[in-house]
Design a protein around this ligand. Structure first.
Ligand code: PGA
Length: 253
């Protein structure tokens, strides 16, 4: 069975001191997850190294919230995969809907970033999801299908790839998808992966994201194709985040 992942996307929150304190609380309260799942923290770039110093040697790993797809050079304000590896990252979140919306990231950019991650030994967590209007227009699967296929164009192996289905209308709104709504799209994504790669994509983690809390996550993680969560707001308080991890652990029992 695929092990679960619970990843905390801190977005543009927490100074280094605040991030260190939060990471320390999470480590202190973390149950034994060895062999059962993975916990990932995604602080801002300037906070990565400080948080890495707290989590190193623990089962918690580090993700960046973005990367740039070039190796080096005159790209003011950007950060490379090698720099992120250097800061202690194992994962990189790619194509978050806030990046797509506010920073005009396209499926083409996402694909370049995914390729760069894999080439540099970083594991991408690729975000996809439809807007409210797209869901109402009945084109959720069409939109998500294109995002998944374009993100993975030219990628031969899914071994280090995680997908996060995050309906845009559910992010930061308190309106999470119902377990059945989420599962429909997760199953659809898994079927695409199986079709494209020619074998059942049973090992690929597909996370759900969008207003996940300890209260709603138990029913989400019980669904067949939901393998974890990408958590925003509820990852900023250790108690809430640890509560979500507890729900994931209950799935193993
Ligand atoms: P949220 O954010 O949990 O605050 O809805 C999720 C995300 O953007 O990854």
């Amino acid at each position: 069975m695929t092990t679960w992942m619970v990843a905390g996307n801190w977005k543009m929150n927490n100074t280094a001191a605040e991030g260190v304190a939060l990471a320390q609380e999470i480590i202190a309260g973390l149950p034994d997850i060895a062999g059962r799942g993975e916990v990932v923290l995604a602080p801002s770039f300037t906070v990565l190294r400080s948080v890495y110093d707290v989590i190193k040697g623990s089962p918690v790993t580090l993700a960046s919230q973005n990367i740039f797809f070039e190796d080096k050079g005159a790209y003011t304000g950007e950060i490379s995969a090698a720099m992120l590896r250097d800061a202690g990252c194992t994962y990189a979140i790619i194509g978050h809907s806030e990046r797509r919306k506010y920073f005009h990231e396209t499926d083409g950019n996402v694909n370049l970033k995914v390729k760069k991650c894999l080439a540099a030994g970083l594991k991408p967590i690729i975000c996809v999801g439809e807007t409210d209007e797209e869901r109402e227009a009945g084109i959720t699967e069409f939109v998500v299908g294109i995002q998944v296929k374009k993100a993975l164009a030219g990628i031969n192996d899914l071994a280090h790839v995680t997908i996060a289905y995050e309906p845009v209308w559910a992010i930061g709104t308190g309106k999470n998808a119902t377990p059945v709504e989420a599962e429909e799209v997760h199953e659809f994504i898994r079927n695409i992966l199986s079709d494209v790669y020619g074998s059942p994509a049973v090992e690929t983690r597909i996370l759900y994201g969008g207003s996940v809390t300890a209260d709603n996550f138990g029913e989400l993680i019980a669904m067949k194709d939901i393998n974890g969560a990408l958590v925003g707001g509820a990852s900023l308080k250790s108690g809430n985040f640890l509560g979500i991890i507890s729900r994931a652990l209950e799935r193993n029992t």
